[in-house]
Ligand binder design. Structure first.
Ligand SMILES: NC(=O)c1ccc[n+]([C@@H]2O[C@H](COP(=O)([O-])OP(=O)(O)OC[C@H]3O[C@@H](n4cnc5c(N)ncnc54)[C@H](O)[C@@H]3O)[C@@H](O)[C@H]2O)c1
Length: 318
């Protein structure tokens, strides 16, 4: 396998996947339309290391407008990360955007992959397909009952991946990431907001009582699972969790300790569709992909805080 197409290449997880593929000696074509979900400058900074590499080509276009068949003819594998993320904004009038970017884009890519023949396809899904976890670690065969429109579009895309696998022979793997964090994390995610507030000396808004618990996955671990999936036999669906869980209040405490800055929390109403707990059983990924998450929460939050400090310096100088 020599050349990989990464969709959503300028995003949080996508830019790390690109960096790791380049470091492994693979050529990468990255596609990103720089949607307005968060700032273009942030995404360009995510891509800085890759843009200096001969093995990387960026195509700045919407996947809905590209000739995907020609593009897929150039690659041996696709890592499909492009999406409209976020539970909160998926309610109400924005749902069309979620359908376009999460469902229609995936269908177009799968059509092209089905015509092209044998490109390996890895789809980035989400723990949001499960809904409430019943207070136990979830396995992949659990009932899927998304608690948000976002989760529903991720599930619809998973079903498309399964359909094109069965009917058109697309050799695909589905990864269900559980809350991913680390350097370049999306700015609206809780940990990002907490760290920025601490650096800026501001209070933070916590949705609900802050006792909702998340399985936290450091981005390097999620990326490791993604590269392993490219090389493993296709057909599987895998949970990718970090093996550590923390409540939102515990995350905030860890930020206070790491940065040594007191941050005041203001509690606001819970977000609809925000489940009380996420908890991954990643045993199948361990068995089939050799997945072993290795970064502790303290190490991961320190790495994200260091990056955020560099970011705030870079953007205040710019
Ligand atoms: N971050 C997490 O905790 C998490 C958890 C579970 C699943 N995921 C999934 O992982 C993937 C990446 O998430 P992320 O946090 O890196 O998000 P992100 O928003 O940082 O990255 C997504 C990128 O896709 C691009 N994009 C969106 N629609 C596009 C289109 N039509 N054409 C071209 N580019 C387009 C955006 O511009 C953005 O740069 C998503 O599929 C998301 O659903 C993320």
């Amino acid at each position: 396998m020599s050349r990989v197409l990464v969709t959503g290449a300028a995003g949080f997880i996508g830019s790390h996947v690109v960096d790791r593929l380049l470091a492994a000696g693979r050529e990468v074509i990255g596609v990103d339309s720089f949607t307005g979900y968060y700032s273009r400058d942030r995404k360009l900074r995510n891509l800085e290391p890759a843009l200096g590499s001969d093995g990387f080509r960026l195509i700045e276009r919407d996947l809905l407008d590209l000739d995907l068949r020609s593009l897929l003819a150039e690659v041996d594998a696709v890592v499909h990360l492009a999406a409209e993320p976020g539970v909160r904004r998926s309610w109400g009038g924005e749902f069309d955007v979620y359908l376009e970017r999460n469902v229609r884009v995936t269908q177009r890519l799968l059509e092209a992959a089905g015509e092209d023949g044998d490109a390996r396809f890895v789809y980035a899904s989400s723990s949001s397909v499960y809904g409430p976890d019943g207070g136990r670690p979830v396995r992949e065969e659990a009932t899927l009952r998304p608690a948000s429109p976002y989760g529903l579009t991720k599930l619809a895309a998973e079903e498309l991946v399964a359909l094109y696998g069965r009917e058109r022979g697309v050799p695909a793997t589905v990864l269900r990431y559980f809350t991913v964090y680390g350097p370049r994390q999306r700015p609206e995610m809780a940990l990002s907001r907490f760290i920025r507030a601490a650096i800026g000396g501001r209070e933070v808004r916590v949705f609900g009582d802050g006792e909702q618990v998340r399985e936290m996955t450091f981005v390097a671990d999620a990326v490791g699972a993604t590269l392993a999936a490219l090389d493993a036999p296709p057909g599987g669906t895998y949970n990718v969790g970090g093996g550590v869980r923390a409540s939102v209040n515990q995350l905030l405490d860890c930020v206070r300790r790491t940065l040594g800055i007191p941050v005041e929390a203001v509690y606001t109403p819970a977000v609809e569709g925000d489940v009380r707990s996420t908890w991954a059983d990643s045993g199948r990924a361990a068995r089939d992909l050799g997945y072993r998450p290795s970064v502790t929460l303290e190490e991961g939050i320190s790495a994200q805080a260091e990056w955020a400090l560099r970011e705030s310096l870079a953007t205040s100088i710019a």
